[in-house]
Ligand binder design. Sequence first.
Ligand code: ZN
Length: 319
Amino acid sequence: MSVKYAKKMTAVISVIIIITTVFTGCIDDQEFYNDLDIGYDENYNEQYYETNFYDEEERDSEEKLGSAKELDGTTVLVSIFADDINTSWETDENEENMYKTLDYLSIAIEWIDENCNRYGVDPEFVYDWSQYEDLYYTTSFEYDMTYDEDDQYFSLNEYVETIVDSENLKDKYQADNIIYMVYYNNDYSSTTVSATYCWINEDINDYPYEIVNIYTRCDGIDENPASYAHEILHTFGAPDFYLADEDGQNYGITQEFVDYNEEICSNSIMFTTYDAQTGDAYYDKITNEFDDLVAYYVGLLSQCNEVEEWGLGKSQHIP
Ligand SMILES: [Zn+2]
């Protein structure tokens, strides 16, 4: 459940192909995407920066908040079922497992919605790919997507940039925000935790897309709905409360604050996705807290005493 921010990369994309096709409906672009031959080669640095797909103006228009800006609006969530060199959705239980992610996503969305309501905000979410087919994608990456962050970062962002017609989807669903949920059908022996690429600023990120990686199984158990909610809240600016900020990428969370959360066995969704009292992961509900500090960081409160009290960093929603 750790948040991972995109690092400034020196690696580049060696082959740039501009895709003009507009996709609608269910998409299986596996063959097509493999043709992109995305890989990295230091020698192509110059070429990459000269022919980058998006332009700076477009990126600035993301208002420094990335593709998921304010919860007070409509958010479209695209679901991408990704194979990699070790995992595949092409199994007998394929469909059942895909629907399980939709079930968990819907529990997470409902929980976020209800908690936003407590703060007087009523967000709209469009995410049900069983109803809206153009929110459903499948693809295959020629990497180990649990392992190398550089490969993962570039291949995911290039995929989103070239294959997902984000602007069209935002227009169609009259959405202010777009989040990309990427699901891996990995097995229980995996220890890779779900992680999100969040937008902080252009010095750190190369792309404005906020991409959630859900590894559907980890350490012997299924990833639970609370983890989905935790990751989605990252895209709106919530930091991890269990991790001190060492490199300016976790909103100035201090070690003292992390220690305090441990001491009091905090049940905050940004501290734990297990129930703090029982230690269990739940699959039909979320029992964690959406506390004021979370609300502050995702833009639902303009201030929160804990920020000053613990000397924490400013929310991305505060100018
Ligand atoms: Zn996290």
